[in-house]
Write a protein that binds this ligand. Structure first.
Ligand SMILES: NC(=O)c1ccc[n+]([C@@H]2O[C@H](COP(=O)([O-])OP(=O)(O)OC[C@H]3O[C@@H](n4cnc5c(N)ncnc54)[C@H](O)[C@@H]3O)[C@@H](O)[C@H]2O)c1
Length: 363
């Protein structure tokens, strides 16, 4: 069934009104492409808090109540805890709503197939949002090396330092489902936050043919096992090799309006290199993008490097897409499966002692 764009503002509902709603909502505010008609969350406190943003929207404790209300909904912004993604998506599709789902898609390929099959059978669109692809320093970074000014690409490095000091408050309820995820070997660093790093690698250099990983664990008690120190290396089908290391520095203070994660991307070419020096956190006061060629360093000081803007732009892209049907979804359900396969290949490699695993072969 071909998608037919909406010739009027999209009627949208938020499903899940927790921590990340604060950033996803930015795409919906002052956006003539959308009318927010409903808000859903079992937490009465969250419903009351978010109702202030959308006084004309109806609020519900469950999606079943929204579906039974007779309110017309075209698309939903699904901001559910990861363990609820698979069944949640099936339920939402069952009501006939297009979905913009927060990443990660889900924990395994069986659930991914169920979700994709259901979307296909219903003729509805399942998008898996990836805000990092809309972060201006990363977009400019991509444009720099694609312009050829760094010469031939020789390698690619990502670095993540998770810290526990600084940033915004995270409710304990969010940790509860993350601990559930940790018990299923889907850790917060490699799988949840790491999803973005794997996505950006695929976006920047294309399909991955082989992954080698060494995934560690650091226990903080009470079931909190963080998946670091970790090193993951891979080769893209185009021959470019990437490497990503995750380190924990629990007492390192990091200035941040959001999460405290020092994130870095660096690509080295035959003539120079470019680096993105931050994303979620503000880190030290370097330009967010630097380019070194021919003995000169160029710093980009005027990019929109507020991480929240990437949520605004990703969500606006989705809403515009629903109005026009034009262009890539960034990401489609199928592209999200590629990210999942990349993660699963890393787990399989680590479990087998670091051997090379092809994401196309994981089951
Ligand atoms: N893109 C990013 O950088 C980014 C950052 C953080 C979180 N996330 C993702 O966003 C999603 C939500 O994370 P969060 O940090 O906001 O979690 P959270 O725990 O703060 O919020 C989840 C909300 O969903 C509600 N909820 C639970 N069951 C529900 C149901 N059946 N129907 C409706 N609402 C329900 C909870 O009451 C809660 O308010 C996760 O998939 C997470 O991985 C993405």
């Amino acid at each position: 069934m071909a998608f037919v764009p909406y010739e009027r503002p999209v009627r949208a509902a938020f499903i899940g009104l927790g921590r990340i709603y604060d950033l996803n909502v930015r795409a919906y505010l002052d956006n003539p492409d959308v009318e927010v008609v409903a808000l859903v969350d079992p937490s009465e406190e969250r419903r009351e808090q978010r109702h202030g943003d959308w006084p004309r929207a109806a609020t519900f404790a469950s999606t079943a109540e929204l579906a039974a209300s007779g309110i017309e909904v075209d698309a939903v912004e699904a901001l559910l805890p990861i363990p609820l993604h698979a069944d949640g998506v099936l339920e939402l599709l069952g009501y006939g709503w297009h979905i913009n789902l927060q990443k990660p898609l889900c924990n395994d390929l069986l659930d991914a197939q169920r979700m994709l099959d259901a979307a296909k059978a219903s003729g509805l669109v399942l998008r898996v949002m990836e805000n990092y692809l809309f972060y201006e320093p990363l977009r400019r970074f991509k444009a720099v090396f694609e312009s050829g000014e760094l010469g031939t690409i020789a390698g690619y490095h990502m670095k993540m330092v998770g810290s526990g000091s600084g940033g915004w408050d995270i409710p304990w309820s969010s940790f509860e489902w993350q601990i559930e995820q940790m018990k299923r070997s889907r850790g917060i660093l490699v799988f949840d936050d790491g999803w973005h790093k794997l996505s950006t690698a695929l976006w920047l250099f294309g399909p991955v043919s082989e992954v080698r990983a060494w995934i560690g664990t650091t226990s903080f008690g009470h079931g909190i096992d963080l998946d670091a120190p970790t090193m993951i290396a891979w080769e893209h089908a185009n021959g470019v090799r990437g490497v990503w290391d995750i380190t924990l520095a629990p007492d390192l203070y990091l200035r941040s309006d959001y999460y405290t994660n020092d994130e870095r991307w660096e690509v080295t070419g035959s003539k120079g290199f470019a680096s993105v020096n931050r994303c979620t956190g503000r880190g030290i006061q370097q330009p967010s993008l630097e380019v070194y060629v021919d003995g000169e360093m160029r710093g980009h000081h005027a990019l929109d490097d507020d991480w929240a803007s990437s949520f605004r732009d990703s969500g606006r892209h989705w809403l515009r897409w629903l109005r026009t049907g034009v262009g890539p979804l960034m990401w489609s359900g199928e592209e999200a499966v590629d990210v999942l396969r990349f993660a699963l290949a890393a787990y399989a490699s680590s479990a087998a002692g670091g051997v090379g695993v092809s994401p196309g072969q994981v089951v």
